[in-house]
Ligand binder design. Sequence first.
Ligand code: ADP
Length: 593
Amino acid sequence: MTLRQLFKKLLPFAKPYKNLIFYTLILTLVGSFAAQINAFVLRFTVDSISDLMVAKKPLSEGMNLLLIISAVLLGKEIVYVGVQFGQKFFGEKLRILIARDLSQSVVERILTYRMAFFTSTENESGKLQTRIDWGISGLTRMVQNFFIAVLPLFANAAIALIVMFTANFYVGLVGLCIVPIYFIISQRQAKKLGGFRRRMRTYRETKNNQIINIIESINVIKSFVREPIEAEKQRRIQYDMTENQLQTRKTSFMFDSLKSFVEQIGVVIIIILTAYLVLSDQMTIGAIMFHILLFNNVTAPIRQLHRIYDDMNDALIYSESFFNILEAEHEVEKSGTYIPKNLLGKLELRNVSFTYPNGNQALHNVSFTVHPDKITALVGLSGAGKSTVVNLLDKFYEPTQGQIFIDGVDIQEYDTDYLRQHIGLVLQKNHIFNGSIAENILYGNTEASMDDVIDAAKKAYIHEQILELPNGYDSEASQLSGGQQQRIAIARMFIKNPPIIFLDEPTANLDAIATEQVKKSLDAIKVNRTVIIISHSISQIIDAEHIVVLEKGKLVEDGTHEQLLMQKGEYFNIFNAMASSLNIDKIARSPLS
Ligand code: ADP
């Protein structure tokens, strides 16, 4: 991305604050003129004092002059303080406001993206967040730099150069000639330091990752007595980092000295030139100081050029991936427009094949029908494609081939929000949000009343336990046990009351007691709905009226429990394995009540 493109993309975010930008620009202009006043005052002072000395005027006249000069300088300083404050504050305000808008729009935007966006490897775990954070901080730093550093300093330099030229063409020329030399040195400096900075960033990331690794695997490290190895890994990074830091400083100081040297040469040339012009009567003596001060105004911004250049480069690098996230048009979830009067829940897969964005083919030409108001179990070993079927039925992904029909209408034609409002999904681990139990249940239907919440909790067999908590429904939901959280999720489903429910291993993470408790609420939610259940629990599979068996993404068997057992195929094998893992013989011989 070029700087121009970047500005174009930023423009819509800056537009709402055009008044703020306008005031900042005015302040910049006022500030730039005010910055030249010192040079004029000094020239006037030197010239007036030398006149007074030549004319041998009394000291009192000199004092008057000094009073006037002090008043002018003080007045200018007061104005300048105000201007600088305004400029910094407005620049900062602009940065904060634009950062807020960028963050909000990127969050609102990614919420509209399809599932594939979130599950792709390039967006996994913290990567997306890092790219958003760095993008925003890079962009806003650039905005702020532009108004606080670049614009005022360069306006100042340009005006100083114009004043120099107006006073004397040749002196102006010297000032102008130094600029490109400075520019080249600064650019080299930025390029060299850029490499160091990038390396530094990688070191920092690796170092932080390693520390997180240590914390996460401390029990393994300790049990293998591998503390020295971990310490050594850190030491290596620390040493490399120190070396890189020293190199950065060395390079930085070298270039700074070079720039100082060039600047001093400029000052010397200006002194010689102006002295010559003074001696040849083309200028007054005050012009020497006048031009030196102006020259200082010209070089000041360029002295900081490498830093600004660095920040711009960073902004360009990070903002590119940021805008890629913000403008990923192809990632926006598609929706049809079809909204039926009511949803019966006949789900039909016809020759469906599906490949995940990373190339994993999860389903091969799968066809089966799920009948309304019945419980269908999807059975198969891990990785057989069961969850993928549920993902497709929830419109999280689109089939690569084939079609899915709901009540005879292609799923793609359905309004996605309508469909999801009528489908309930209970997963292995349901997300419990920060907040109270009541809030977590209400997530299923934000318009429901507290009575509805209690009713739902009762149906999910969790009401009594909630009442036993010190704060009842206002207790923090994240403090609940796994089994309780699962029942909160089922209560959430009761309050949503969808005609279709997918249960994807709802008891996989629970211990035996919790499973038993959740099973009661699961049995309750299954009544009078179309249910697809994925489970490794024998009791939940037996309860199903229809069983679909998948193996490596292919449908291998489809029928009732009894029919499939008779076939002595994949289902028979899986069922047998489950049953023998339960050690039924011994259970049968145990004295249970
Ligand atoms: P099951 O639910 O039967 O255990 P899944 O439907 O989860 O199986 O997975 C089927 C196949 O798809 C597996 O090979 C799995 O690795 C792959 N898979 C599942 N989810 C993703 C994903 N988000 N991206 C890529 N591949 C996936």
